[in-house]
Each structure stands twice: as structure tokens, then as C-alpha cells.
Design a protein around this ligand. Structure first.
Ligand code: PMP
Length: 391
């Protein structure tokens, strides 16, 4: 295992004088914190005999039923075989990725993933001693022809592939969404090639410009693992996520999770269940979407106004991130110390590729800083870039 350069960067980026476009934190202040606090207090005082006790590995049935209600919002419902029985509650979306890796990956196996992809997933695959092969994306997400070519190349090299790990909706870090047409094509290719699909969908409920295309799992029940989390729609501090697994492997996932964590936190599960039962969570989703839409607009407008010629970037319709491509000659990783000195932080593209390439890119977050801070951050960043270009 190697240290994540992003974790090290966050320590510096969290200094108050630094405008951090580096994080991925939701804007928790948008929650009704007093009401949430009271609810949490009662969970201890009135229900402590269960909320402070051990629970079962798969997670409580109450929460798994609520999770099915949440998934139904995006079309993953009983009609496509979604059932509380096949849900496994995890410690955030991160443990969901880890569980799938534990179940399927042997050292040397190949995982296909978008290039760039989620840094935390790269960490899991690296710990499993798997090799990641990136598949190119464009503004419509993963490119089916590139997927076919990568599969052929891996097969030709004699290596074994287990699954495609994909974040089709409001991708982290690229901010792009796989089109309707491509969703069908990608599913067809994976089915034909005998590859499982691991669909990671933390951001699907956070669309600003209308609804996202239906998840892959809503289109195909076989061979698709659906992973999500309450980290972006409620609170990451509770660390509650889940997997909807194909029925045949659900038992194996439960065994794997029990061997890792015994059971997810009873308190955190009760907190999420109470939140979904007694509080206006659909309204809260609207609040998050409104806040993030305003911040996304602030970031895109600032980039339009201030970025040096030759810089391009994605225009996300949801999620938390914009992915920028730097003008020729700039190296986002080498530039980090100069950016920090200018009191602005971003994540260099190199964190999102298994092979450390990606120097021409950077990830910019818009969920946490205020619109004013975003504009100031982009002003500082463009100043650093102009200076680099002049030398
Ligand atoms: N998958 C993706 C694509 C993510 O962006 C994140 C969080 N940044 C996670 C999984 C992990 O989520 P959690 O915080 O719930 O563990």
C-alpha cells in the first residue's frame, strides 16, 4: 500500500487561509442540525438498548427497507428484483467497494475502471494487489469502443478480468454522466464478455438540471452490483452505505463483512433509519441540489471569466466536481506547492490514475466552499497558472 497524496494534501488544504477546491465534503451546514441533534440524542436516551448494542452483519431490516425506498426513486425497485433481502449495509460506500474486491479479486487480477476514477477505489484495488486498466471517457462518459478495445488487450495479454468498476452518474472526478445509449451498450458488452459490473452511485440523487439517466442496475438485474451511500445525501460522519448484490452472492458478502467488521454500527443505522422515517429527507435533497447548483454555476462562471487560454473543463449537471484540462506545458502535480503558497488547493489529476499519469488535469470541488470563496479560489489559481505559463 502507498500513502494517498490526496490525504496529505487535505491536511494543508484545510488551513483557513487556503481556499480549498480540493475536498469532496458535502455542505453539512445545509442540514437542520438542531433537529438532527435532537433526533440523535433520543436514539441514545430512548432506544439505547438496541442502538448501543451489537447488530447483525447484513444490517437492520428497518434500514434495508428504507434503502429500497431510496433506490426506488431512481428506478431500482421490486420490478427489477430489488429487495431488502439482497441489501448489505456497509460502513460508507468505501467499505462497499472493499467488500466486492474482497469477494472477487485475487492478486494479479485486472479491474477495468474509467480513466480517471475514484481515488478511494484505486486504493482498494491496490490493496487487493489487482491491476487497474483505465478505459477512456468523453463528455458522455465511458466510451464503449474503448471498453471493447481494453477488454481485447487484456485478454490478449493473458490476464484475468473480474469486473468493470464504473461511476456512471456525475462521475468522481470527471463530473460527466454516461448517456442513455452508452449505458445499454456498456451493459451489453459486459454481459457478452462475461464481466460483472460494479456500479458506484453516490451522487445519482444530486442532479441539478433534471433527473439523471436510470442507473445500470435499473436496466439489468443480473451481473450488476449497485453501491451507494448516505454520505452525500445525508451525512458522511455516520458512515452508512450499502450494496445491492445479485441474490446468488449476497450470503458471501455477508460472510465477508462479518469477517471484516462484525456488523455495521447499530447507532449509525438507527440514525439514518430515523432520518428517513421522521424527517423531510426528500426536501433536504432539494436543498442540497439548490446549494450545489449555485456553487457549480459560481465555479463554471469563474472559470469562464478567469482561466488562462487553453484551459478546458467539464460542465457537470450534478455531483460535486469539475475536471479541468490544463494548457500545454503545465503540470498540475508540480504546481501544487505554488498553488498552496498562493493559498488555493486542488487535487492534481495524478491521484485518479493507477499509473500516476494525469499531470494535465486537476479536480475542482464546488460543494464545500461558498460561491465567493470559489471565485476567489479560481482567481488565485488562474494567477498561479499565468505565472507558470510565463516562465
Ligand atoms: N465512491 C465514490 C465514487 C465516492 O466519490 C466516494 C466518496 N468520495 C465513495 C465511494 C465513498 O463514500 P463514503 O464516504 O460513503 O465511504
Amino acid at each position: 500500500m502507498t500513502a494517498s497524496e490526496i490525504r496529505a494534501l487535505f491536511a494543508v488544504a484545510s488551513r483557513p487561509e487556503v481556499v480549498s477546491l480540493a475536498g469532496g465534503a458535502p455542505y453539512i451546514a445545509a442540514l437542520p442540525l438542531d433537529a438532527v441533534g435532537e433526533m440523535l440524542g433520543r436514539l441514545g436516551s430512548e432506544h439505547g438498548s438496541t442502538t448501543l448494542q451489537y447488530g447483525i452483519g447484513q444490517g437492520t431490516i428497518e434500514l434495508r427497507e428504507k434503502i429500497c425506498e431510496v433506490m426506488a426513486l431512481s428506478g431500482i425497485d421490486v420490478g427489477c428484483g430489488a429487495s431488502p433481502d439482497d441489501v448489505v449495509v456497509t460502513i460508507g460506500g468505501q467499505q462497499a467497494i472493499d467488500l466486492v474486491a474482497r469477494l472477487f479479486l485475487d492478486p494479479g487480477d485486472v479491474v477495468l475502471a474509467e480513466g480517471p476514477t475514484y481515488v478511494g477505489a484505486l486504493g482498494v484495488f491496490q490493496a487487493a494487489q489487482a491491476q487497474v486498466e483505465h478505459v477512456a471517457m468523453d463528455a458522455d462518459g465511458l466510451i464503449p469502443a474503448a471498453l471493447e478495445a481494453t477488454i481485447a488487450a487484456v485478454r490478449a495479454s493473458g490476464r484475468r478480468m473480474k469486473f468493470l468498476y464504473t461511476i456512471p452518474t456525475y462521475q468522481n472526478p470527471a463530473g460527466v454522466t454516461m448517456s442513455e445509449e452508452r449505458r445499454e451498450q456498456v451493459l451489453d458488452i459486459c454481459e457478452r464478455e462475461g464481466l460483472l459490473v460494479v456500479e458506484d452511485d453516490p451522487y445519482g440523487q444530486l442532479g441539478f438540471d433534471g433527473d439523471a439517466p436510470r442507473p445500470l442496475r435499473a436496466r439489468r438485474r443480473d451481473g450488476v452490483f449497485y453501491l451507494s451511500t448516505f454520505s452525500k445525501t445525508f451525512a458522511p460522519g455516520l458512515r452508512v452505505g450499502w450494496i445491492l448484490a445479485p441474490h446468488a452472492v449476497r450470503d458471501k458478502l455477508v460472510i465477508a463483512t462479518e469477517a471484516t467488521i462484525l456488523c455495521p454500527s447499530a447507532f449509525a443505522q438507527a440514525a439514518v433509519t430515523q432520518y428517513l422515517t421522521t424527517m423531510p429527507w426528500r426536501e433536504q435533497l432539494k436543498v442540497y441540489r439548490e446549494v450545489y447548483r449555485e456553487r457549480r454555476d459560481a465555479l463554471l462562471d469563474s472559470l469562464d471569466d478567469l482561466m488562462p487560454v487553453g484551459t478546458t473543463w467539464t460542465r457537470p449537471s450534478g455531483g460535486l466536481f469539475v475536471w479541468a484540462t490544463l494548457p500545454d506545458g503545465l503540470d498540475s502535480k508540480a504546481m501544487v506547492p505554488r498553488a498552496i503558497a498562493a493559498r488555493v488547493a486542488y487535487v492534481p489529476g495524478t491521484g485518479f490514475y493507477a499509473d500516476g499519469t494525469g499531470q494535465r488535469y486537476m479536480r475542482l470541488n464546488f460543494s464545500f466552499p461558498s460561491p465567493e470563496r470559489i471565485r476567489e479560489g479560481v482567481r488565485r489559481l488562474s494567477g498561479v497558472m499565468e505565472q507558470e505559463l510565463a516562465t
